[in-house]
Structure formats: structure tokens, C-alpha cells
Design a protein around this ligand. Structure first.
Ligand SMILES: [Fe+2]
Length: 244
């Protein structure tokens, strides 16, 4: 077992998440459960794995500018670096965990057969990437800033620019699927998905900050987005402060 920590994972703090039924986001009418949730005990499989993809990454998997492009060509758009740390709720780094991202291209169009938005596809942009966190829980990938796009909700609502994230954590019970937004985007305030999150501080934590310290001169701007997964209810060792 590659994870030295033991113990159950903390229960999900539902106050941090949007309610399953959020009327301003119309898709939740059909997606939300109609009965009270049942709480299941965590099994050994929930605590130890399985986890996915550790041995199958390619060198360009975290470079969305190149990983779908024809040889010698690149994706079109505002070039950006996205980086941050993955930690648990006690500040401990979540190491060697698979982080996956997917996004629209610079015009706001997904490479997906059900995306009918009129913006053009970029022949050199696939929109998917992945990487593993290092020993400090750090991750980094390179991409183009996605464009906003309209979707059918209350007429035509618009999604702010965003990148979808999936993290498996140390085991499946820790998996988080979320979206990252960009500091200063005026569409965030109008988004029914963002506004489905009741706590303004929780909404703010989904907004990546412009990070000029990590920009690449004459190449790419940088954004920082730190991610917190729920932690394990493990023994606290007095000689080993949390976070180390
Ligand atoms: Fe999206």
C-alpha cells in the first residue's frame, strides 16, 4: 500500500458544496436525488484504493498546447500556466495523486459531439490533460485560457471561463470533481452554477489568482489554484506536526 497514513476519511462537509437541488441551475431538477441520502460505512476499498493511472502518463499529458497538436503546430489562445498544491484539510500534502483537467478551447467550444456552440474547433486543441502531484503535493500544467460559452438555462446563460478538475486523492473516497475560475472574470458573478454554492468564501476558493511570479517571460501568464481534499482521521503524532 503506497499510502502510509491510515484511518477513515473525514465525512464530506456538505455545507461546502452546493445543494443537489439548486433551482437557478435547471439541470438539477432532474439530477437531484428525490429521497434522503443514506450514509454508508467506509469499506477497506474506500480507504486504500484502487487509484488510477500512476504508471501511464506521457510527457505531454500536462501540456494542452501541444498534446493534441500536429507536429510543429500549437493550440491557439492566451497561453497560461496553471499550478498549485493539493493538500488535505489538515494541511498535509496529497502526494502522487492523479489530477485530470478538461476544458473548452479559446473560443469556448469543447471537442465533444454534443457541443453545438457555433465557435470554431481548434484542430490543434483537444482540451484534456493530466498530471501527478509531487512530494509537496504540487502540480502544474500548460494550456490556453478557455473562452466563455452560452448554455441553455433561463434562456441563454453564460459560463465564465473555467477548467474542470478531477482528483482521485489517495483513494476513491477522497475524489473531488470541481471547476476553477479566473480572477477578475466578470461572468463569475452571473453564473448559476457558481451561485448555487451558498457560501461566498467557498465560491471565492474556486477562483485562481493571477500569479505574476510564475509567469514565463514572453510566453505565458500564470494562475495559482490550491486544492483541499478531505483528510484522514489519523493519529496525531506530537513529534510530527501536521503538514509535514
Ligand atoms: Fe465546462
Amino acid at each position: 500500500m503506497r499510502n502510509a497514513q491510515e484511518g477513515d476519511f473525514q465525512r464530506r462537509d456538505r455545507a461546502m458544496h452546493p445543494p443537489a437541488f439548486t433551482p437557478i441551475y435547471k439541470s438539477t431538477y432532474l439530477r437531484a436525488p428525490r429521497h434522503a441520502l443514506l450514509s454508508l460505512e467506509q469499506s477497506i476499498g474506500d480507504k486504500t484504493g484502487p487509484v488510477f493511472g500512476q504508471n501511464h502518463l506521457n510527457p505531454l499529458d500536462n501540456d494542452l498546447i501541444l498534446n493534441y497538436a500536429r507536429p510543429g503546430e500549437e493550440a491557439i489562445g492566451e497561453r497560461i500556466i496553471v499550478h498549485g498544491r493539493v493538500i488535505d484539510e489538515f494541511g498535509r500534502p496529497v502526494r502522487n495523486t492523479l489530477l485530470e483537467v478538461w476544458q473548452a478551447n479559446a473560443g469556448g467550444r469543447y471537442r465533444h459531439k454534443r457541443d453545438g456552440y457555433l465557435a470554431a474547433l481548434d484542430p490543434n486543441f483537444g482540451g484534456c490533460g493530466r498530471c501527478l502531484t509531487d512530494d509537496e503535493g504540487r502540480y502544474v500544467f500548460r494550456t490556453v485560457r478557455p473562452g466563455p460559452y452560452p448554455f441553455p438555462n433561463n434562456g441563454s446563460d453564460w459560463r465564465p471561463a473555467h477548467i474542470h478538475f478531477s482528483l482521485f486523492g489517495e483513494a476513491f473516497a477522497q475524489r473531488l470533481v470541481t471547476q476553477m475560475y479566473f480572477e477578475g472574470d466578470p461572468l463569475i458573478a452571473f453564473c448559476p452554477m457558481v451561485n448555487g454554492i451558498p457560501d461566498p468564501a467557498a465560491r471565492e476558493r474556486l477562483v485562481a489568482k493571477l500569479d505574476m511570479g510564475e509567469m514565463v517571460p514572453f510566453d505565458a501568464l500564470a494562475y495559482r489554484f490550491d486544492i483541499v481534499l478531505r483528510g484522514r482521521r489519523s493519529t496525531f503524532f506530537e513529534n510530527r506536526p501536521e503538514g509535514l
